[in-house]
Write a protein that binds this ligand. Structure first.
Ligand SMILES: Cc1ncc(COP(=O)(O)O)c(C=O)c1O
Length: 403
């Protein structure tokens, strides 16, 4: 990884203002006054202690950038904060139009659908496509938003084993009747483990089934994977007429709201049929302005994505060398699961004592948490190598004492 590029980028792109205060919610469910600190690498102060910060999903730290804040203030000059209506039948506004143009450029699609939260994306897709499929085959570890979408779809659902395309094939053989059309649903990148779904294998599995559809929740692939940060499908170089995906602006873009990049025809159909788009108030304009700025930054600063992938590989290799079972992928999460009876809770506490803040999750407490629980490190494009080296050195020390 080029430290120089990273430092230059930090100076140019994400100079942090001094001591803005924010509320940071920690696992213990207490609201603790916390503040990002004036540093070029992700750190946070909790109860007066400065931690190296490895939580959340702000993969480029844009939520804390001067540029996004400025975009938000600009958008409030001479304009209302928001329109008090849904998207349906009430026309558009200049910020919304600029958002659509920028996002279409970012994702290289004809247009995009937007809605108040990424959580709604799968529900919107499954409803919009409901005449085009008969049975859903879903990765068992898909996000809660997919699980809710499945229930609302009222279609029969068959789960297949996590990331397992052989099991998908078997389940299709066992459960799909002649003339039925399957919809395969999965996260693109799983939120705790960082595992990337083998979508090319899923496409291969369904290639001879007429009308088969794939729907991907790419909340953690958007702004992270693919040459231009368009997500998992770009990472795999996929272009399939029946591949649909939704994303969020609440993670890598540092903003808020859901997005479905799509064709104009699909946009028109969904706008007419979606209860969410008809019934939910539009995303407020400052939020759209922040998303526009985030996409502009990502498009004009390719080093951001490159640093993120380089950081991911560097950190993952370090843990792999220490004996952890880690896949060397560019997803922006690293999840430690236990090996040789290492007590993960103890390791997490050791990190905290040493002012390092990842996230610990019990088995079953969130989707894609490994068996026995996991410690997740979120990877940022502006973490420094020395932050990773310190974590790795401490982990080595812990293993020496505890193995
Ligand atoms: C896979 C996945 N889908 C959807 C969401 C929800 O996105 P949003 O926070 O934009 O509603 C999340 C949030 O954590 C997620 O991890």
């Amino acid at each position: 990884m080029s430290e120089r590029v990273l430092k230059n980028f930090n100076k140019a792109q994400i100079q942090k203002p001094t001591k803005p205060s924010t509320n940071f919610k920690i696992k213990e469910k207490k609201m603790i006054k916390a503040q990002p600190i004036d540093a070029s690498t992700p750190k946070i102060i909790l109860n007066g202690i400065t931690y190296d910060y490895f939580c959340g999903c702000g993969y480029h730290d844009l939520q804390d950038s001067v540029e996004l804040r400025q975009a938000v203030s600009e958008s409030l000059k001479d304009k209302p904060f928001k329109h008090g209506s849904s998207s349906y039948g009430y026309g558009s506004n200049p910020v919304q139009k600029k958002f659509t143009t920028t996002a279409s450029q970012y994702f290289k699609t004809e247009t995009v659908l937007t809605f108040p939260s990424g959580y709604m994306g799968s529900t919107i897709l499954l409803r919009a496509l409901k005449e085009k499929y008969d049975k859903i085959f879903v990765d068992e570890q898909s996000h809660y938003s997919m699980k809710d979408a499945l229930e609302l779809s009222k279609k029969p659902v068959v789960q297949f084993s996590h990331l397992n395309f052989s099991d998908l094939l078997q389940k299709i053989k066992n459960h799909l009747k002649p003339q039925e059309r399957p919809l395969i649903a999965s996260d693109g990148v799983f939120p705790m483990s960082g595992a990337i779904a083998p979508i090319p294998d899923y496409l291969e599995t369904i290639k001879n089934i007429e009308g088969a559809i794939i729907c991907i929740d790419d909340s953690h692939g958007t702004g992270v994977l693919g040459k231009n940060g368009r997500g998992t499908y770009e990472y795999f170089g996929l272009n399939h007429p029946n591949l649909y995906y939704c994303g969020t602006m609440s993670k890598a873009f540092g903003s808020h709201g859901g997005i479905i990049p799509c064709t104009q025809t699909f946009f028109n159909e969904v706008n007419k049929s979606s209860y969410i788009l008809k019934g939910a108030t539009k995303i407020p304009m400052p939020t759209l302005a922040a998303s526009i700025k985030a996409m502009e930054i990502l498009m004009s600063t390719p080093t951001l994505l490159k640093n993120l992938w380089a950081n991911a590989i560097y950190f993952k290799k370090g843990f792999k060398n220490l004996g952890f079972d880690i896949e060397l992928s560019p997803s922006a999460m690293l999840c430690l699961s236990s090996f040789s009876n290492i007590n993960l809770k103890k390791l997490f506490n050791f990190y905290k004592e040493n002012h390092i803040l990842p996230r610990y999750s019990h088995e079953g407490s969130y989707t894609s948490v490994p068996k026995g629980g996991g410690i997740k490190f979120t990877i940022f494009s502006n973490h420094s190598t020395s932050q990773y080296d310190r974590v790795l050195a401490l982990t080595k020390e812990f293993l020496k004492k505890n193995l």
